[in-house]
Design a protein around this ligand. Structure first.
Ligand code: SF4
Length: 482
């Protein structure tokens, strides 16, 4: 049991992320002493300290003050760096990304290079200030350089992208924390949900009239948990409300192979979808069963071959490293099956432990029995992706990731998922519809604001009009002036 005592609650999320990274899955309690008399408190944030207590014994005690930086942010960054060094010393371990605990480490590097700073400067910042390892620094640099090339194609701040969430799946996966409901249990609400999306789409059509729509991403959940006529209804609503003439990319996730049928793929083709994702996560039938996906590796192969037969020439596949009971042999098998299929892109995830997942409820990482060394697994996946002609082009991190690693998208040249880059690098506004989605407004000066929707499907259906109001408030003055 760990307890963190903080002098300034603004360091809470950094301190939590750092301690959880060194001690994954451990119980963590945080006490903030803001305004309490136990420690002298500096409300201006120019002096701050934190203590980490393990089973009643203090293992780390660090502080930072005005000698360490010109403002509270710089002072808190120094506190975080000292916490990292102290925990690294205590455990005898280093983290692959050093003190970087945020979601977007490549954004930092891309922004530096875009400002005209040298690769040497970027490396120095990553390795000397953030204490990231050599391998991750090289990876971040390679991705940032590739993104700069890809992003040069358009002035992104002038356009927008659309995300639509379909919160239904055939069953719930062990590790899932997304807004997703088993379709069978919510059968009678599917029609109501499509009506709510239709209303949201009319708002988008009105508010973004005359604006350039760059990409559409339909995710979830599993969009192909809808049947072919429901999918067609959704596509018709999109086409009725939006101008697709500038669209670069139209992605639909067909995540679960057991939901892919010829009729549905025909609907996708007919409605201009040019990128799909068929996600095995693993090609081991035993693991698929263990994680509750209820489809087999053979289903993945059939879905993929069917899509190819129907001329889908941009197919992504997702896999997860560190699944329960998986060994390096299983991963080798998965990668060789994927190599034989030959997708245009492959997204490699490191298993993350999410609060609302069954995995967390059932005992977390310690219950997994995975025999995999995560560093070696990621190195193997990267090497095999290279042999498939796929190179890293985007990357993001999540909290509580196995091995403190990252999720990396690999793609053939020219087949990079534009929406993925835009979302991670925060280059343009994204209007997101559906429960649990977050819309993002990116202003021309780079300022970013967000508005979320409620996560619960029942609440969303009750409050769909309020979700529209939230977006109206978010985008007012940016895309429409009413
Ligand atoms: S397919 Fe994806 S969204 Fe659906 S239950 Fe599994 S992890 Fe969750």
């Amino acid at each position: 049991m760990f307890r963190i005592e903080l002098q300034d609650s603004r360091s809470e999320s950094d301190a939590r992320a750092m301690v959880s990274s060194f001690f994954p899955g451990e119980e963590l309690e945080v006490t903030s002493l803001d305004g309490m008399e136990a420690l002298p408190h500096d409300s201006a944030g120019l002096s701050t300290a934190l203590t980490v207590i393990r089973d009643g014994e203090t293992i780390v005690n660090v502080h930072a003050d005005r000698k360490d930086g010109p403002n509270p942010v710089a002072i808190r960054n120094m506190l975080k760096r000292r916490l990292y060094i102290a925990l690294s010393h205590y455990t005898g371990r280093e983290l692959p990304w050093g003190t970087l605990s945020g979601v977007r480490p490549t954004k930092l590097v891309r922004e530096l290079l875009s400002e005209g700073r040298s690769e040497g400067d970027a490396k120095k910042l990553m390795e000397e200030f953030y204490l990231a390892g050599r391998q991750k620094t090289e990876l971040a640099l390679a991705i940032a350089k590739r993104e700069i090339e890809i992003l040069a194609a358009r002035e992104w701040s002038e356009g927008y992208s659309l995300y639509i969430g379909i919160p239904f799946c055939p069953s719930r996966c062990l590790y899932c924390s997304f807004t997703s409901y088993p379709r069978k249990a919510f059968e009678e609400r599917v029609g109501e949900y499509l009506e709510a999306l239709d209303r949201e789409l009319s708002y988008v059509g009105e508010a973004f009239k005359g604006e350039r729509l760059d990409s559409i991403y339909i995710g979830g959940g599993t969009p192909t948990a809808l049947n072919a006529s429901e999918l067609s209804l959704l596509f018709d609503a999109i086409e009725k409300q939006l101008d697709l003439s500038s669209l670069l990319e139209y992605t639909v996730e067909c995540g679960r192979a057991d939901t892919v049928t010829e009729e549905k793929l025909e609907a996708l083709k007919k409605h201009y979808v040019n990128r799909i994702s068929i996600n095995p996560q693993t090609m081991s039938d035993e693991t698929l069963l263990r994680i509750g996906r209820r489809h087999s590796a053979a289903d993945v192969r059939s879905a993929f071959h069917l899509a190819r037969k129907m001329d889908f020439d941009d197919i992504n596949m997702d896999i997860i490293l560190g699944l329960p009971g998986e060994t390096e042999e299983d991963l080798r098998h998965t990668l060789s099956e994927i190599k034989a299929l030959g997708p245009e892109s492959l997204t490699v995830h490191s298993l993350a432990l999410k609060r609302s997942s069954r995995l967390k409820e059932e005992g977390g990482f310690s219950s997994l029995g995975s025999g995999m060394d995560m560093d070696a697994a990621m190195a193997l996946a990267t090497q095999e992706a290279g042999e498939m002609g796929l190179y890293p082009y985007y990357l993001y991190r999540q909290k509580n990731m196995s091995g403190n690693l990252e999720n990396t998208g690999f793609a053939k040249r020219g087949r990079e998922g534009i929406y993925n880059i835009l979302m991670m690098e925060e280059k343009e506004s994204i209007v997101a519809i559906g429960p649990g989605t977050v819309s993002k407004r990116v202003d021309r000066d780079g300022r970013i604001r967000r508005a979320g929707s409620v996560k619960d499907l029942g609440l969303y259906l009750q409050q769909a009009d309020e979700m529209i109001e939230r977006k109206i408030a978010l985008f007012r003055g940016r895309f429409f002036s009413s």
